[in-house]
Design a protein around this ligand. Structure first.
Ligand SMILES: NC(=O)C1=CN([C@@H]2O[C@H](COP(=O)(O)OP(=O)(O)OC[C@H]3O[C@@H](n4cnc5c(N)ncnc54)[C@H](O)[C@@H]3O)[C@@H](O)[C@H]2O)[C@@H](O)CC1
Ligand SMILES: [K+]
Length: 489
């Protein structure tokens, strides 16, 4: 057994939170439900901290952090509660927060909308709920929050922060100057960066985010690929595909998939016997031939030189199992330290050799067994453990392909459930290797492997809608591109 955990890790960054939100929604759990759970958890903490006659002030911003606190107020209807909204109700930024503000209309809590933060009068409360800003913060504290933060600081009330102290940036873990210092924090779902550095107890409230939202890749994961509009040529990555010999289609599919997955430049290095056929697949491919009918030891110097100029290398598609080809791959891996996807026959070399490369290996179950890791009959936790153990032994990220794909870097395990039985047709693995290669140029290996599996599976599901069990691998790269295009990347 290796020590691994499901999902995204114990502490979620700002970007992780966006991923989990969108995956949660895709699983049918609306954000409004999470807001209800968050507000309820916060209410329990307030009740625990307050004496029955205490005056409670809730200071709420216009985002969902404020929305959580409107829910809290509804749960504290029997106590002496005032809700101070920083701004006019019409300017509450989200529908769900606005709905929860509206739901307070008939409660006996007092609502005050504070148009000008200089007018914020807290009337000497015993407990303050700081719900001005949560994970939606950008930059330094601006008005009206900045003055309100000062007002909170100037009281000697017990301050309970909702999710994070208003001013803590969950992307960096840093607090903006003027962030109200909490006496305790009720954070939602998982700890955020920076909370453990605070001098206050932090309670993490379970708000009902499905485990699957983190465990399985979902549409939210695509959000990691959002790129600034001013990206330049080369930002999308330069990829080298090494393969071919017995087969021409495999490296061509990998290269086309890499282009469709957003790579800027893709060069294929293949034996001269197949270089023309590979080129025949598409004029967009840059194909460099090396002498002979197989990749072999004579070519390694050239491969090393090309690999070092690239952001990621995909090695294996169509390579074949010749002894000298495997030796060449082992030699190549021993001499490079960049990012590498090892597929097909290259998996054996990757499993056997010491390398400084950042490796992603993409075995199907047969290949996994070939490197000594049979998973016949394993259920999902056992599969996860086998993949995590392999990843940690190989010091690599492992993407085990199957009806459910399992991805691990040895520390964390995720699964991918997109895809269908029609994808057992030849060539889909090459498309996956190329897609992961392109993503590996711009993302960390765990993200690249997971997203690659998700995208290619989704592409396969679309192809199956058109072609049923007759889907063929060469359909998939276009769908990968289309899915990314629809997502806006
Ligand atoms: N994401 C989720 O699934 C859940 C989120 N929840 C809550 O939603 C919060 C995030 O909500 P939002 O994304 O709406 O964002 P926030 O409510 O954290 O903040 C957005 C508001 O703050 C303003 N703002 C941003 N930066 C500012 C600055 N530097 N100075 C002054 N004002 C600033 C914005 O104009 C906007 O009105 C979480 O912290 C949590 O409390 C919960 O409802 C539970 C579920
Ligand atoms: K807050």
């Amino acid at each position: 057994m290796s020590a691994w955990t499901w999902g995204l890790g114990e502490t979620l960054t700002g970007q992780d939170i966006g991923v989990v939100d969108a995956n949660t929604a895709a699983l049918g759990v609306a954000q409004m439900q999470l807001m209800e759970s968050s507000g309820h958890a916060l209410a329990r903490a307030v009740r625990a901290a307050a004496a029955p006659d205490d005056r409670i002030a809730i200071v709420a911003g216009r985002g969902n952090n404020g929305g959580d606190a409107f829910v809290t107020a509804r749960f504290l209807d029997d106590l002496d509660v005032r809700v101070h909204l920083l701004g006019r109700p019409e300017t509450i930024g989200t529908e769900i927060a606005r709905a929860n503000w509206g739901a307070l209309a008939t409660a006996s809590v007092e609502r005050r909308a504070v148009g000008d933060s200089r007018d914020l009068a807290l009337d000497d409360p015993d407990v303050i709920v700081d719900a001005m800003l949560g994970t939606g913060i950008t930059g330094e504290l601006r008005e009206p929050v900045a003055s309100a933060a000062q007002t909170i600081q100037d009281t000697d009330a017990t301050v309970i922060a909702a999710d994070v102290p208003s001013g803590l940036d969950a992307a960096t873990g840093d607090c903006a100057p003027g962030t109200p210092v909490p006496d305790r924090v009720v954070t939602f779902h998982r700890p955020k960066p920076g909370l453990s550095a605070l001098d206050a107890p932090v309670e993490t409230a379970d708000i009902g985010v499905p485990a699957e939202a983190e465990r399985a890749l979902g549409p939210g994961d695509l959000g990691r690929l959002d790129r600034p509009a001013d990206s330049h040529k080369g930002d999308g990555g330069r990829i080298l595909v090494v393969g071919g010999g017995p087969y021409a289609g495999a490296p061509a599919l990998a290269a086309l998939a890499a282009l469709r997955a957003g790579a800027d430049l893709v060069r294929v290095v293949a034996p001269e016997s197949v270089a023309d056929s590979i080129q025949g697949y598409a004029p967009d491919l840059i194909v460099e031939s090396v002498p002979g009918e197989r990749i072999g030891s004579d070519h390694v110097d050239r491969l090393v030189a090309l690999a070092t100029e690239r952001d990621a290398v995909v090695v294996g598609p169509g390579l074949g199992g010749a002894e000298d080809s495997r030796a060449a791959v082992a030699d190549l891996l021993g001499r490079i330290d960049g990012r590498v996807v090892a597929d097909a026959e290259a998996i054996d070399a990757a499993a056997a050799v010491e390398t400084d490369a950042d490796l992603v290996v993409t075995p199907h179950r047969g290949e996994f067994a070939r490197v000594g890791r049979s998973v016949d009959g394993a259920d999902e936790p056992a599969l996860a453990d086998a993949v995590a153990t392999a990843a940690s032994d190989l010091d690599a990220t492992v993407l085990l392909k199957g009806p459910t794909d399992v991805i691990s870097n040895g520390e964390r395990v995720r699964v991918n459930r997109t895809g269908n039985a029609g994808m057992t047709v030849g060539g889909t693995g090459d498309v996956l290797a190329g897609t992961v290669g392109a993503l590996l140029a711009v993302e960390d290996p765990m993200v690249a492997a997971g997203l690659g599996a998700f995208l290619v599976g989704r592409a396969g599901d679309r192809a199956a809608e058109r072609s049923g069990r007759g889907l063929i691998a060469s359909e998939l790269p276009d769908d990968v591109g289309a899915i990314l295009g629809e997502h806006g990347v």
